[in-house]
Design a protein around this ligand. Sequence first.
Ligand code: HEC
Ligand code: HEC
Length: 475
Amino acid sequence: MARSTTRTWLVSVSVLWLLTLALAVGRSRFGDQQETAKQPVMDPVQNAEQKVKRGRQTFRFDTFGDEAFWGGTLKLHQAIEGARLGGVGPGVSPRTALAVGLKIDVAALPDDLVDQIGKGKVNLDDPAVTLALLRLNAVLGVTGEFNANGTLKSIGIQCALCHSTVDDSHPSLCAGAVTPNPGTGCVGRRLDGWANRDLNVGAIVALAPDLSAFAALLGVSQNTVRTVLRSWGPGKFDAELILDGKAFNPKQISNGVVTRTNVPGATLIPPAFGLGGVNLHTWTGWGSVPHWNAFVANLEMHGSGRFFDPRLDNAAQFPIAATHGFADLPHINPDDDRITSKLSDLQFYQLSIPSPQPRAGSFDPAAAKRGDELFSGKAGCNNCHVEPVWTEPGWNLHTPAEVCVDAFQADRAPDQRYRTSPIGAIFTHTKGGFFHDGRFPTLAAVVDHYNTCFHLGLSTGERHDLIQYLFSLTF
Ligand code: HEC
Ligand code: HEC
């Protein structure tokens, strides 16, 4: 090999080597950059904690912009304020608020105020005190918006209004309001997810000075709207009224017997805890938790968002919804959508709420143990209420005939069925009765109903044991 060729070869190799080195360094630098651009992977548990915290905030405090409806359209804030303070009518005093089942979060009250209320030094008949409580953000599920001069500008509602209550930590502050559900009170610490069976939603909405929006939707007078709202009673709400306009069940039938006629179409408020592992939600199985959360936030609370459910275009079943295009709410600008971005965390929070535990002494453990055997044995309850989710894993719906009740409420939902109630922690909602419309006043009446429906032949003692078991259930 000639020297010059060798040199050329050496130079080429060196150049090649340098190039390779440069490339390698370059690539590793580039790799470094990619490495630093990547966030450290977040621990899922930490992620879950953040989601739960955000979801709780939404559940308790987010109005989704619905004050435009409750204040702006219905002018409900004026009725709360009362004429003396710039609104209309007598106003809503704290005593009235507690009597219609609104709850006060003791954690939001300054200690000296709790003290003064306890000593009877606060006038619970003065609507100005209600405004002060709203300013403290102490009324569960209700948020006031105030003008600079201190008058109420608007009012919004939250999920917590219907799906939470407070414990009985401050019974002396109840101002005579009756709350017989075990463990709950009127002024106390928040119990998220519990059904507020004291809350008279209809009576509260009926206070609104301007119900023309509902009157126009339903094609009736405002007086008729008020009559319907006042028919609901505590612990109930009719989510389907604005879809089908059916306010009353002409015939309530259990085990083939007409038990009542013209029963208000409102259903009991269910709990919002214990829903993990449960497929379909609501009494009639409308859909999943995120389906129903979006449904409620948009159509019932009147928040600002987007909703899609083409089943509502069925004009025979949902004449009002079909006429007003509820099946496909307008495609709003994502920046104005105050609901959709919150659905994930909200669902996460609901699934994370721990099951309430029955108090010691609230049921007879020996009888409950015998009842456990009956539940999955002779009484056959576990065929549908499958332990420990207490509903069927899978498609958890049944025809009305399968549980021996009339089809009125089932026929107001797409599948025309009833959902097997997830009955864990049923001790938290004994007020208002059982089954969708509260037709059975006690668990004893429920068990009697099944005893007839399924020809179980349960003795008095067996029925007692089964009831004790029901009181012991948790999720
Ligand atoms: C005005 C009272 C009210 C408000 C406010 C309300 N709900 Fe409900 N909720 C109900 C009633 C009543 C039902 C039962 C509806 C039915 O079966 O037709 C229900 C059902 C549910 C269910 C189904 C529970 C089950 O057992 O399957 C969930 C989940 C739920 N609501 C979550 C929410 C969330 C989240 C919000 C806020 C975005 C909210 N709700 C706001 C009254 C309310
Ligand atoms: C065929 C399935 C099925 C069987 C078997 C069954 N249930 Fe149910 N259960 C349901 C359905 C569906 C509902 C909801 C009915 C409604 O909302 O009108 C329900 C509702 C209930 C409720 C009321 C829950 C509430 O929140 O109001 C209780 C309590 C209950 N069942 C207990 C039992 C017991 C005890 C047994 C056994 C004796 C039993 N169930 C057997 C399907 C069943």
